[in-house]
Design a binder for this molecule. Sequence first.
Ligand code: KIV
Length: 307
Amino acid sequence: MPEPRKKITLPYLFEKAARGEPITWLTCYDYPTAYLQEQAGIEMILVGDSLGMTMLGYDSTLPVTMDDMIRHAQAVRRGAPTAFVVGDMPYMTYQPSVETAVRNAGRFMAEAGCDAIKLEGGAAMADRIKAIVDAGIPAIGHLGLTPQSVSALGGFRVQGKSAAMAKKIMDDAKALEQAGAFMILLEMVPDRLCKLITERAETCLIMSLGSGPHAHGQLLIYHDMFGLYPKFKPKMAKVYGNAGEVILNGLKAYHDEVINRQFPQPENWFGMKDEEYAELEKLLSIAPQTTTPEETAESKKKKGKKK
Ligand code: KIV
């Protein structure tokens, strides 16, 4: 039996980055997938509020609640005890105030056993990051395409293509780093911008989602990797297998086998010993006849007439 993996910790992540080795990070929302990701050696898991779309079928991440996130984060933690699990703060659980942010970040740690939290936004959210870090909770910033602000950003599109916007993202990254974020996720920004931010990061790690190879590691959305989200596939997602198609074919085969009486077969059911069955028949034939309430009422009537 191979040795179970040691717990992935913050020092582990920084040491790996210092060796120039990329960190692996995937989204995950449930126990069986977390188990598989742990077996595959994935180091970080993001319980993303994207679960609103991938698991709950909403059109956006906005309706997701803290309770939704906690339930899924707990399941992930049970499936991946050694991964570095990050709880993603859903819409309006940190924007209203610093105190709201700290309280909700604390729920991820206390109720779900997360290792860190992530929230979206730049300089405007730096005070939330600082307060969360001051409360002893490792915090990750998220810049570029931030799905909770997709309406303000004009849709799901690459961010920071103009020099001015790229500079703004660089300034936001510095503000988050100075506030104490140990990691910043760059989603859908140009590769050269990601490279610049990574090169200039002093105390924090930079991760890329669709932002090129020049970061300390990579994040992908699990459902996009395996054809499990039916509505669309973002350009940045690499499909590693079409699990959606495999499952659909299996479901169709089950449907056909049941209606054609090919399922179940003897290996799919349980029998009982002949002597036990014979005993059961004997028990049934000598058991006293039970009477229904109607029969009882009827027999009472008959008895009455006889008198
Ligand atoms: O919720 C999520 O999965 C995310 C990713 C899009 C980065 O925040």
